[in-house]
Design a protein around this ligand. Structure first.
Ligand code: BV8
Length: 250
């Protein structure tokens, strides 16, 4: 007997998923929601930090205006993340890297939870909260999950900033181009847990579609992308993604 959830997976999607040779998954904050990481938008709220909307505190302007405030915001988020584990969605996606002959994972998230779940070669188009970068020489340095954050650049002594792409900043050299190439080559594109509002990442599903991909969105809410997709699975990623894998019908 199929569970109500499993019946949400249309036969065509399941067939395509099992037959696919080249798959791309694009994730946003929603894939980490069931781990307890607050999303930025949706659910009637948007992230606010000390009265500033998140796209203000997470902006290039703020790095120039008040770098200590930007660090306080990222230190706070890293503190939350230290206690957080990947959820069933991250774990399913990590399994998929061995399931298909061609598999790409592009994430807008900076939380590192895909890597924690075992995903490798993750294309992080918005950088990582677990790295810092020198303002002057751009030398990068890792930030330990437990322990103090490096303060100044070992290379030139100048100040460090989060190695995260803030609003109004270019994406990491080559990251978007690589993601766009993979999107144009895939035959199945799964868009998981993103409001599809932030560009250029939000243009990746369009690039996949232009390359002939079958588009599937996984999200409890409708997004501007929903009508553009071949199929929309309405629900939580942690519940729905494991159902895509061919296994005993629940
Ligand atoms: C750029 C890192 C070129 C920081 C982020 C003016 C000047 C400059 C640029 C612009 C401008 N006006 C517009 C732009 C472009 C701008 C943009 O797109 N703005 C939007 C908001 C209109 N983009 C940029 O600035 C980008 N750079 O364009 O460079 C340039 C440069 C200079 C001048 C001109 C052009 C840089 C964008 C990157 C910004 N950094 N993050 C940080 O983390 O603090 S973006 C931020 O939003 C996050 O990274 C996040 O990934 C991203 C998108 O959000 P989502 O991941 O989708 O999360 P969200 O909360 O929105 O949605 C969650 C979804 O999950 C919801 O749909 C919800 O229903 C769903 N969900 C909830 N629970 C679940 C679930 N789904 C599944 N399962 C669940 N359980």
């Amino acid at each position: 007997m199929q569970s109500a959830l499993a019946s949400q997976v249309p036969a065509e999607l399941r067939e395509r998923f099992n037959a696919a040779r080249n798959v791309l998954v694009l994730t946003g904050a929603g894939v980490s929601a069931e781990s307890g990481v607050p999303t930025f938008r949706g659910g009637g709220n948007s992230a606010v930090w000390k009265g500033m909307p998140f796209d203000e505190i997470s902006s290039a302007r703020m790095v120039e205006r008040d770098l200590p405030a930007v660090w306080e915001w990222f230190d706070y988020r890293r503190g939350i993340l230290q206690e957080i584990a990947p959820n069933a969605a991250h774990v399913a996606i990590a399994r998929w890297q061995h399931k298909f002959s061609g598999f790409s994972l592009v994430t807008q998230n900076v939380d590192g939870l895909h890597q924690k779940a075992g995903s490798r070669e993750v294309i992080e188009v918005h950088g990582s909260i677990w790295r810092a970068r020198c303002i002057a020489c751009h030398e990068r340095v890792g930030i330990p999950e437990h322990g103090s954050r490096p303060l100044d650049c070992n290379n030139c002594g100048d100040r460090l900033r989060p190695d995260v792409v803030l609003f109004g900043e270019m994406l990491p050299e080559g990251a978007f181009e690589l993601a766009a190439d993979k999107a144009s080559e895939c035959e199945l594109c799964l868009v998981v847990g993103t409001s599809a509002l932030v560009y250029p990442a939000a243009s990746l599903p369009e690039i996949a579609r232009a390359g002939g991909a079958y588009l599937c969105e996984v999200n409890p809410e409708r997004t501007p992308l929903s009508d553009f997709c071949d199929v929309v699975l309405t629900g939580k990623a942690g519940e729905l993604l494991p159902l895509l894998e061919d296994g005993p019908r629940l």
